[in-house]
Design a protein around this ligand. Sequence first.
Ligand code: TYD
Length: 213
Amino acid sequence: MTPLFLTFEGPEGAGKSTQLRHLAARLAAAGLPHTVTREPGGTPLGTRVRGVLLDPALGIDPLPEFLLYSASRAQLVREVLRPALARGEVVLCDRYADSSLAYQGAGRGLDPGFLQAVTAAATGGLTPDLTVLLDLDPALGLRRAAWRGQPDRLEQADLAFHERVRRGFLALAAAEPGRFLVLDAARDEAELAEAIWRAVGERLNLPQEQASG
Ligand code: TYD
C-alpha cells in the first residue's frame, strides 16, 4: 500500500468538506484504507484549540493566532498523520499548513519566512503529496458559509481580508504547480469529485478503469 497525504484548501464556503466526503466514499468503495481529519482539530487538544480559535467573542492577535494553529498542527502530525501514513493509509486533511500561509501570512500580514520556519518545526517537515485548492470568489464563499449559521471569528473578518487569503492560496499554488490541483469551486459538485478522483488515482497508480469509476 502506498501512503499518500492529501490536503484540501480554499477560502470559506468552497465546499472542501463535501469534496472530502466524496473522496472518502470513493476510497472506501475501492477498498483503500484511509483516515479523514481536519485542522484545526483532529485530536483532543486540537479540538479544544479550535474552540478558542473560532470563538467570535475572543480577540486574538495575529501572532498568537498563528501559534495556536501551529500547536494544533504539531499535535495532529504526531498523533494522527504520521501514524496513519506509517500504516500505509491515504490521509485526507481538511486544511493544513497552506491555510496558515494564506490566512495568517497573506491575510494578516505575518512574515512568510517566519511562518515557514515555525511550520517546519511544528510538522517536522511533513508536506502533502497533493493539495486540492478549491478556488472561489470570497464574496460568494462567505454567502455560502452564512447559510450554515452564525459566522465564526474568521468568517467575521472583512471581505478585503478574504480576498487577500484567496490571492495567497493562488500564489502558493503557482509557486508549486506539481503539488497543487487548482479547481474552480463554482463548478458542478459531481464534476469536481470526478476531477479530484482522477488526480488521486494517478498518484496511487490505480488502474485507469478504477480511477475513472
Ligand atoms: P472551519 O470551520 O474548518 O472553516 P472551513 O469550513 O472554511 O474550513 O474553520 C477553520 C477556520 O480557520 C477557517 O476560517 C480557516 C482558518 N484557518 C486559519 O486561519 N489558519 C490555519 O492555519 C487553518 C488551518 C485554518
